[in-house]
Design a protein around this ligand. Structure first.
Ligand SMILES: CC(C)(COP(=O)(O)OP(=O)(O)OC[C@H]1O[C@@H](n2cnc3c(N)ncnc32)[C@H](O)[C@@H]1OP(=O)(O)O)[C@@H](O)C(=O)NCCC(=O)NCCS
Length: 145
């Protein structure tokens, strides 16, 4: 699988995919967010907000008709390899819907207090996800990707 970076003209498609999946989308045009889509017939999206060695994984969405076939897992695993190669050491995320999905890939639930300062400044951490969302971490160095 290949992930391609979205440019500004692709963001409307991302916004409607996030809206349809019930995920936050009102900040995707702000600075510091990088979004990608997968090649192949069922374009899936994923995003990163990068702060040195730490990054927030966000906006993962697989089209409704293509779920449950391993695509989401492949998107995340491809992103993990690229993130690791680009110097990211730890990935963080918030989820209200897919804790078990991310746990199967290697993410661990952690207390919000463990969030590095930069991750705490993200809109997703501050406002977009409810306080009940599960906060998760993957240590890329430890997982030797
Ligand atoms: C979550 C999502 C990306 C998963 O993508 P997918 O292509 O359906 O997932 P996969 O087929 O790769 O699933 C991999 C494994 O996770 C499991 N899984 C998938 N979605 C899950 C979920 N929401 N909760 C728990 N487990 C899930 C699958 O059963 C599968 O398990 P298996 O390997 O034992 O068979 C997809 O359901 C989606 O786009 N959901 C809406 C948006 C969303 O919630 N995104 C996450 C926001 S942080």
């Amino acid at each position: 699988m290949r992930l391609t970076r979205l440019d500004d003209s692709d963001l409307a498609r991302l916004e409607s995919a996030l809206d349809a999946a019930g995920l936050p989308y009102d900040d995707v045009r702000e600075a510091g967010r990088f979004f990608y889509w997968s090649d192949g017939p069922h374009a899936s999206f994923v995003g990163l907000e990068v702060f040195g060695g730490d990054a927030l994984l966000r906006s993962l969405v697989v089209p409704l008709g293509a779920r449950g076939k391993g695509l989401g897992r492949r998107v995340v695993e491809t992103l993990l390899v690229e993130a690791s190669e680009s110097g990211i050491e730890r990935l963080w995320l918030l989820t209200t819907t897919a804790e078990a999905f991310f746990a199967a890939i290697g993410f661990e639930p952690v207390a919000r207090q463990e969030a590095p300062p930069a991750i705490r400044t993200t809109r997703e951490f501050r406002d977009l996800c409810p306080a009940s969302a599960t906060f998760m971490k993957l240590d890329l160095a430890r997982n030797r990707l």
